[in-house]
Design a protein around this ligand. Structure first.
Ligand SMILES: C[S@@+](CC[C@H](N)C(=O)[O-])C[C@H]1O[C@@H](n2cnc3c(N)ncnc32)[C@H](O)[C@@H]1O
Length: 357
């Protein structure tokens, strides 16, 4: 899988004095606010959050599925739609947000405020999956949020390992509808439907990703057809699948997502929040921090996977750490630091004082 970092930000149109929405204090900004000055907020209107209910007959979403399986150590195999599906079928797909056509036109992985990159799996997701595998983290009885989920692999893992509920949030409704929901459904199908076929193939056909040590295979609908008769699978009503009933799906900007989730009575709090490759734009730090602060349970953990620096966008771990430190709400510890190529990290945040919610 290729990862091109072709970020594309709009020209600065916001007032530099108020670029991140932080108020001036005694005539000057605090340090935390200063660290967000490198980026601009998008000029597009804020994308209003909404909840997406999985379709009552969801099987059609998988009809032309070309999917990959990622297997990391002892973790259950995770399936996800191959990103090339979207390039090849952009014209036939429902795409009210026009992100499929716009990303193709602009040849960009990210168009700030329009498309925030959720249609592919970013590599720090694999780092976090590996870490979970090593640490043996289980999710039994936990409420989990996959914030900025994209393909949703982290949330799907939690779901398969016993989380009581998993919220998936992505900026783009197209991502939620065309990628996250289908991926959850792919993983709801009985494991043996496809895995028995994986076993038959043997490891020789697998594509070993040396860098992160995970095994990936690409399978097509035709492969699946050969191994298990499609009609039998179609008979399964996925919309009633016990795993799917534990899921909630949201699209929209973090500020409106936060407001929507806080409206629930009692407001939902999460024991675990995953967020991978979401701190590339410093202009989003205030709302991201507020979302984590308001949605994390008092003794909960935020697992953040990120690169050190996002070239062309400006954000990265150092700036985010400075921001978090200045806010004084969370402590932040490094769990894993990768040294190869572009440096990548996994960190954990927890409340300094658990009543700070
Ligand atoms: C680069 S993608 C990473 C996707 C996925 N977590 C992964 O690692 O493969 C960044 C994600 O952050 C989310 N995101 C970024 N800025 C956001 C914002 N201001 N409001 C809501 N979501 C945002 C988007 O949903 C997007 O999918």
């Amino acid at each position: 899988m290729s990862f091109c970092f072709n970020f594309d930000l709009p020209a600065q149109t916001t007032n530099p004095e108020d670029v991140d929405g932080n108020k001036l204090q005694n005539g000057k900004k605090d340090e935390a606010a200063k660290s967000t000055e490198g980026n601009t907020k998008p000029t597009e209107p804020v994308k209003e959050a909404k909840e997406h209910l999985p379709p009552s007959d969801p099987q059609f979403l998988l009809d032309d599925a070309v999917f990959e399986t990622v297997t990391i150590g002892t973790l259950p195999p995770l399936r996800f739609l191959n990103e090339t599906v979207f390039e090849k079928t952009a014209l036939e797909r429902e795409d009210g947000e026009k992100i499929l056509s716009r990303t193709a036109e602009q040849r960009s992985d990210l168009i700030s405020g329009v498309y925030e990159g959720g249609l592919k799996v970013w590599e720090c997701t694999y780092d976090l999956l590996e870490l979970i595998e090593k640490d043996g983290e289980t999710f039994g009885g936990k409420a989990v949020l996959d914030l900025g989920c994209g393909a949703g692999l982290l949330g799907i893992l939690a779901l398969k390992r016993g989380a009581t509920q998993v919220h998936f949030q992505d900026y783009n409704s197209t991502v939620i509808e065309q990628l996250t929901v289908p991926n959850v459904m792919l993983n709801c199908q009985e494991d043996d439907e496809v895995d028995s076929e994986d076993d038959k193939e043997g490891s020789g056909k697998g594509n070993i990703e040396g860098e992160v040590g995970c095994k990936k295979k690409t399978k097509t609908k035709e492969d699946v057809k050969e191994s298990s008769p499609l009609p039998k699978k179609r008979a399964v009503d996925l919309s009633q699948h016990p795993l799917l009933t534990k899921c909630h799906f949201f699209s929209g900007d973090w500020s409106t997502f936060l407001a929507l989730v806080l409206k629930t009575d009692p407001p939902t709090k999460f024991d675990i929040i995953f967020t991978s490759e979401t701190i590339y734009n410093t202009a989003y730090y205030p709302v991201l921090h507020e979302t984590l602060q308001k949605l994390l349970a008092p003794h909960g953990l935020v697992y953040l996977a990120t690169k050190s620096h996002y070239f062309g966008v400006g954000g990265g771990l150092h700036l985010f750490e400075t921001f978090v430190e200045q806010k004084g709400v969370f402590s932040l510890d490094h769990l894993w630091n990768g040294e190869e190529g572009l440096q990548r990290h996994v960190v954990v945040l927890r409340f300094k004082k658990p009543k700070d919610t």
